[in-house]
Design a protein around this ligand. Structure first.
Ligand SMILES: *Cc1c(COP(=O)(O)O)cnc(C)c1O
Length: 333
């Protein structure tokens, strides 16, 4: 499917879904601001899989994860008035830091709603990027209600972590850069939580490498995207217990899901033990620190379940934000 056909097909499913054109426009907006992260290779990985693997290293992105791309793009798209009033996000993870940092760079005030028991390091990092942190008790308070109240009182724009067209388009720029750098691929593996990175990557892949097979990868304990993808409607699950904290989402988005259904080939799962093996592989062999969620895509490529033999394979490493002490614990365990 060429880019135009893709766009027509997506628009017919749901008007307002982003297309590759939006990814290309996002790439222009973030150019010179987001890092064009390196593409790494590993002979050990190639020997182990029998394929040729290309790792897009978003652990080196600003604020340590691909989320900066979508956050920056979404804020850049706001009207001057909305920029002046500011934005609000709720997250304890990489999206919060990305919004705070992207807001700071564009002179846009940000309010981040975080749980009282969020790691001190993450709260400090968010404040360090200039975000105003509002803490809430996640056992007794509803963060969405707090977000709505703040946005009404102060006219803030809520930017969700994945279910938003400008966020999806921004996330797609990582895969766009990968294809521009290495050319067409046979397969692409993408870490999957709510599906923003996967949907954006799929838009880029279908336009730039139409034959490429696209696989989302999520934790075995929280396979809601796989269940949703295979059943054809969004399945909600309880909060899964997994070390992949960036993929503990309990359901995929209403905008990410139709893109996944239209463009993705399958959703695969990996175990926490495979994530730990992959973290160790990245440290020992490639000398890089990757957070558990960022290992999902590589864990699938390195362990089956689809063979990479004789294939050119893209792997999006999504982030590198892991607390050193937690990392030591994973490696010791
Ligand atoms: C948010 C995040 C994901 C999941 O991204 P979605 O767009 O929600 O699917 C994967 N890896 C890391 C490091 C993340 O921060």
């Amino acid at each position: 499917m060429n880019a135009q056909a893709q766009q027509d097909a997506l628009r017919s499913i749901l008007p307002g879904l982003p297309t590759y054109e939006d990814v290309a426009a996002a790439a222009q907006r973030i150019e010179g601001i987001a890092h064009r992260t390196p593409v790494l290779t590993s002979r050990t990985a190639d020997e182990r899989t029998g394929g040729r693997l290309f790792f897009k290293a978003e652990n080196f992105q600003r604020a340590g994860a691909f989320k900066f791309r979508g956050a920056y793009n979404a804020i850049a798209r706001l009207s001057p008035g909305a920029k002046k009033r500011g934005v609000v996000a709720f997250s304890s993870g990489n999206h919060a830091q990305a919004i705070a940092y992207a807001g700071q760079l564009q002179g846009v005030p940000t309010v981040i709603i975080m749980p009282q028991d969020a790691p001190a390091m993450k709260v400090a990092a968010t404040k360090g990027y200039g975000g105003e942190v509002v803490l809430y008790d996640r056992y007794t308070e509803d963060r969405e209600a707090i977000g709505r109240k703040l946005s009404e009182e102060r006219g803030l724009t809520l930017i969700p972590p994945y279910d938003h067209e400008d966020v999806i388009a921004g996330q797609g720029t990582a895969a766009k850069e990968l294809f521009e750098e290495v050319g067409p691929l046979d397969m692409l593996f993408v870490c999957t939580g709510g599906g923003g990175l996967l949907a954006g990557s799929a838009l880029a892949a279908r336009a730039l490498s139409p034959e490429c097979r696209i696989y989302g990868v999520e934790p075995e304990a929280g396979n809601d995207a796989q269940q949703s993808f295979r059943s054809g409607s969004i399945v909600k699950i309880p909060v899964p217990s997994t070390i992949a904290d960036g993929a503990q989402t309990t359901y995929v988005g209403s905008k990410t899901f139709p893109i996944m259904r239209a463009l993705v080939d399958d959703i695969l799962t990996v175990s926490d033990a495979q994530l730990i093996d992959t973290m160790r592989f990245f440290i020992e062999r490639m000398k890089i620190v990757v957070e558990p969620t960022g290992c999902l895509s590589a864990a699938a490529a390195l362990n089956g379940p689809v063979s990479c033999k004789n294939k050119r394979v893209g792997i999006i490493i999504s982030g590198g934000n892991v607390d050193p002490q937690a990392l030591a614990g994973f490696l010791a365990g």
